[in-house]
Ligand binder design. Structure first.
Ligand code: AMP
Ligand code: MG
Length: 954
């Protein structure tokens, strides 16, 4: 009986009524009528229901619900404080809100006008809240019904209640009134088909079951009508007290209690997902929303208010109050010149066995600058730099800036076609390069200057600082990033933005003269900008990794140790690799590790802290906003389950906005928009794209101020820190590289045999993100995977080449003719069709190697002549394969082997040649050797020929 009382309010009512009658009869000493038997008992009802479920009527009901719930979303993903556990704990708690009488009155009146019950009005409002919180336009909720329509059942004690499933589609442009009409139809339809027990419905629809959430719906809406005030049993007064049993069957349940005047609203929730503060905030938003609905029911759903004025002010202004005195006259190279003045004899730059003092570096850069001036370089003039990492590269960067120009980095590993496009697009007046690249330059119209072999040309130039005419809004550099429409686009960054970022960094982290910063990010990525310039503005030393060295953990470990590096940047995937290789154990001098470029997983942070005493920082920012715009210092033993990207840096603002450009509440995902000093001027020669991404600043009084629309999805944590969630478009990050899948589709679509294609990033194994291209071809000849890969290699950088090419007869379409991405098959582990025929391993060594490859690559068969990269390998996997091979064979093959001999046969041959070192040296053996010996070892990594282009991939 107790169970029934808890589960069924109706039974409780029946019981209390009977109890009261008996009590009063006893008190008054009345004889009670004997044997007032009920017409039917619960057992009769149960038999009757079971019979009925066999009948025809039920078939019709099932049909109704099947149609109603066709393709309904399985899960309503509410923004939560905690990740969903794999098993629901059923723990629960509640928070409550009492709506003022006048608001309740207005809502009732609104319902009357629209022919809707209070239930329908409140349900529609609650669904609007969920829609605004999730952006999900197809919502499924549950609601209980008493199921006592028959007179015979009216006095039964027992659970007759049923659960109805209510599904509502949303269109943000509709008004609340329009929504209310639809909710009314949905509710009436559900009532008309309420006889089908929920269990039976689940049995029929067979939704995928999970212990982590309830089937069909996870959010419930309930309206009670409170038993009329206080009850009296004779001289006893009976009062309903609120108690909560601390359980929650669902993620969230809203109870609306219709009292005489006011309306009370409870939210029952599971603390597995939500904190109490979040639910209280949700209730406040609900009240603001209800007030908005009552005031203007014609307003579109997406524009109805949610925020209280204080929260809005906090989101827009308080958390963005980052103003920091910033000298508007700062110019990047001038800051360097001031530093050179302060510490002329201090070591500015180290590269392999060369090093330059501040004075030497400044003098060289000045000579180049004077020369460039004589060649016509002025403010806004673009100068291309096609070089690999070297002393000359740093001279080139400074020289271009000192000549008042802007530099355009060109990675020699990029395909010629892409480089030619960039040079042409940037209208580079001069192209600075090195001898080794000069013979094979992409098509261009610039004057070529070789900074190594051609230095003679500059040797007579003055070493004095040139006068410059640069103002802070002038261009400092143009960096190209992947473009969704098929061509890369150049982001135009100013001295003002970069200086603001660098000076903030110096205030925040304070490099000193004894600090040594490693430069290893390819200079076509903007992180390199702070790697180069931050130490040079601060009197610290800049240490350059050798070309290609940034992806070789063992080399890096040795270099960090030998050069006493204190500060280093890693994209998280590289950090992971460096951890795996045991790097940190050997680098106790490393004090600051900066991560940016892609999401920093919580687990990686934890693994890092277990291995290193260094600080770990998570920075966020796109190329379009001067490197980085938010920062977070990772905490040891923090209680967070995620690593936030933190708060905006000095003079930067972050706005999380919905599609209507309104700030989203704390906890709710919105698109991240960036404002402030850091915002770039736009894309070079792309006015339309610039207007689309750099929009007028709606919250700034400053004339002409703009916001950059990042395309990133994020939410505010209650303390104002920002939590990164993902992308809203087809841009991805792969090993830190920014890639627009549309650009790959564009390039692939130009192949004469390709009819249609779609490119996706798949993560079929956790942590293993790979690009997969799906295509249909013009019959009858289909190009081989090898052909397609070779075709793309001429057009795209290595890191954009898909790992898989999947040929399809047709692209799968949804009923409305759109591409159905979910139905694109997983590429699977079958050996792709390669240019080489499969050839089986010939001996034990090849068998072992082939086994290692197939395990790491997830390919079931690896032929001895199969190319590692054509099988879907990339540089990070290469490192993994290599370390396993070296371990198994107790060998010490360097990473470059994987690029030079990327086949099982090739590597087996190499292994045979190298005498196997036993026992395997603990990495890095270098740790204890002298600096000179270290140098010898580093230079034994023979430089890789430029043509194959693989060495530059990260
Ligand atoms: P890029 O222009 O190469 O710097 O790439 C910028 C993009 O990288 C951003 O829009 C984000 O999608 C991503 N990103 C950069 N830093 C982070 C970070 N700390 N956490 C998550 N994503 C990041
Ligand atoms: Mg960035």
């Amino acid at each position: 009986v107790m169970h029934h009382i808890i589960s069924d309010g109706w039974s409780l009512g029946v019981m209390l009524k009977e109890l009261g009658e008996h009590y009063e009869a006893q008190i008054e000493g009345r004889e009670e009528e004997e044997g007032k038997e009920l017409e039917i008992q619960y057992g009769d009802y149960a038999v009757w229901e079971r019979e009925r479920l066999k009948g025809e009527i039920v078939k019709g009901e099932i049909e109704y619900w099947r149609e109603q719930l066709k393709d309904a979303p399985a899960l309503l993903e509410l923004p939560s404080d905690h990740r969903r556990a794999s098993i629901q704990s059923m723990r629960g708690a509640t928070e409550r809100l009492v709506l003022p009488a006048n608001l309740a009155e207005e809502l009732r009146a609104l319902g009357h006008r629209e022919d809707a019950t209070l239930f329908m009005t409140m349900l529609a409002a609650f669904e609007t809240l969920l829609y605004r919180y999730t952006g999900q336009d197809d919502l499924v909720l549950g609601t209980p019904v008493a199921n006592r329509q028959r007179v015979e059942t009216e006095h039964l004690i027992g659970l007759l209640a049923n659960t109805l499933v209510l599904r509502t589609r949303f269109d943000g442009d509709e008004s609340f009134r329009q929504l209310l009409q639809r909710v009314r139809e949905v509710t009436l339809g559900a009532y008309a088909h309420q006889d089908l027990p929920f269990e039976k419905l689940v049995e029929e629809l067979r939704p995928e079951r999970s212990l982590s959430h309830t089937p069909l719906f996870q959010v419930m809406f309930v309206q009670h009508n409170a038993p009329g005030g206080t009850m009296r049993f004779g001289n006893l007064k009976l009062e309903i007290m609120e108690a909560h049993n601390r359980t929650s069957k669902f993620d969230l349940t809203m109870f609306v209690e219709d009292r005489d005047e006011e309306l009370a609203v409870w939210l029952e929730y599971t603390p597995d997902l939500f904190d109490a503060a979040t639910i209280r905030r949700m209730l406040r938003h609900f009240q603001v929303l209800l007030e908005g609905i009552a005031a203007s029911p014609e307003e579109s759903l997406s524009r109805l208010p949610l925020l209280e004025p204080e929260e809005r002010g906090q989101l827009l202004f308080e958390w963005n109050d980052t103003r920091e005195e910033f000298d508007a006259e700062h110019i990047l190279h001038a800051l360097f010149e001031q530093q050179a003045e302060r510490t002329p004899g201090h070591c500015a730059l180290v590269f392999e066995d060369r090093s330059l003092t501040y004075a030497e570096l400044n003098a060289r850069a000045n000579q180049l600058a004077h020369f460039l001036r004589s060649r016509g370089v002025r403010t806004e003039t673009r100068v291309g730099i096609l070089m690999e990492r070297s002393v000359e590269m740093v001279v080139a960067l400074l020289g271009v800036l000192k000549a008042s120009g802007a530099y355009v980095p060109l990675d020699p590993a990029y395909p010629r076609e892409r480089l030619a496009f960039m040079l042409q697009d940037a209208q580079a007046l001069v192209l600075l390069t090195q001898e080794r690249f000069a013979g094979n330059l992409p098509e261009h119209g610039a004057e070529v200057v070789r900074l190594d072999s051609g230095w003679q040309q500059l040797a007579s130039e003055s070493t004095e600082n040139p006068l410059h005419t640069v103002v802070p809004d002038n261009l400092a550099y143009v960096i190209y990033t992947s473009g969704s429409t098929g061509q890369p686009k150049g982001a135009m960054n100013t001295h003002r933005g970069v200086c603001n970022r660098l000076l903030w960094g110096q205030r925040a982290y304070g490099l000193s003269e004894s600090d040594r910063v490693l430069q290893k990010t390819p200079f076509s990525f903007d992180v390199s900008v702070w790697e180069f310039f931050w130490p040079l503005l601060s009197g610290a030393s800049l240490v350059l990794a050798r070309p290609g060295g940034h992806q070789d953990s063992e080399y890096l470990t040795a270099l960090i140790r030998a050069e006493r590096i204190s500060t280093i940047h890693f994209v998280p995937s590289m950090l992971q690799l460096f951890l795996e290789s045991g790097g940190f154990e050997h680098c106790p001098g490393l004090r600051r590790v900066m991560c940016s470029g892609e999401a920093l997983p919580y687990g990686l942070q934890e693994r890092f802290f277990a291995r290193s005493d260094a600080e770990l920082h998570n920075l966020y920012g796109p190329t379009e906003a001067s490197i980085e715009v938010t920062s977070w210092e990772c905490r040891r033993a923090g209680a967070e389950e995620t690593v936030p990207i933190g708060r905006p840096i000095s003079n930067a603002q972050i706005y999380l906005l919905d599609e209507q450009m309104q700030p989203v509440p704390v906890g709710v995902p919105g698109e991240l928009h960036i404002g402030g000093t850091c915002v770039a001027r736009g894309y070079l020669k792309r006015p339309a794209l610039t207007a689309e991404k750099f929009i007028p600043h709606p919250f700034s009084a400053e004339p002409g101020a703009r916001l950059y629309k990042s395309g990133d999805l994020a939410r505010h944590l209650p303390d104002g820190n920002v939590d990164y969630l993902g992308r809203i478009d087809q841009q991805i990050k792969l090993r830190g590289f920014r890639i627009e899948l549309g650009e790959i589709e564009g390039a692939l679509g130009q192949h004469p045999l390709v009819r249609e294609c779609v490119v996706l990033a798949r993560e079929d194994e956790p942590g293993e993100k790979r690009i997969a291209a799906y295509l249909t071809t013009r019959a009858p000849q289909a190009p081989s995977t090898g052909e397609l890969r070779a075709y793309l290699k001429e057009r795209l950088p290595e890191y954009m080449i898909p790992s898989y090419f999947v040929m399809l007869e047709e692209l799968p379409l949804s009923p409305n003719g759109k591409l159905d991405r979910k139905r694109l098959p997983a590429p699977g582990g079958a050996r792709p069709e390669l240019r080489e025929k499969y050839e089986a391993p010939r001996n034990e060594r090849e068998r072992t190697l082939s086994g290692i490859w197939s395990e790491v690559l997830g390919v079931d068969q690896v032929g001895i002549h199969d190319d590692f990269f054509e099988l879907g390998g990339h540089s990070l996997i290469a490192t993994r394969v290599l370390s396993r091979m070296n371990q198994t064979f107790k060998a010490e093959l360097p990473l470059r082997c994987m690029f030079d001999s990327p086949t099982v046969a090739g590597l087996a041959a190499l292994l045979e040649q190298t005498p196997q070192e036993a026992p395997a040296a603990a990495p890095p053996s270098i740790a204890t050797v002298s600096r000179d010996a270290h140098r010898r070892k580093l230079s034994s990594f023979i430089d890789k020929p430029f043509e194959t282009g693989k060495s530059q991939a990260n």
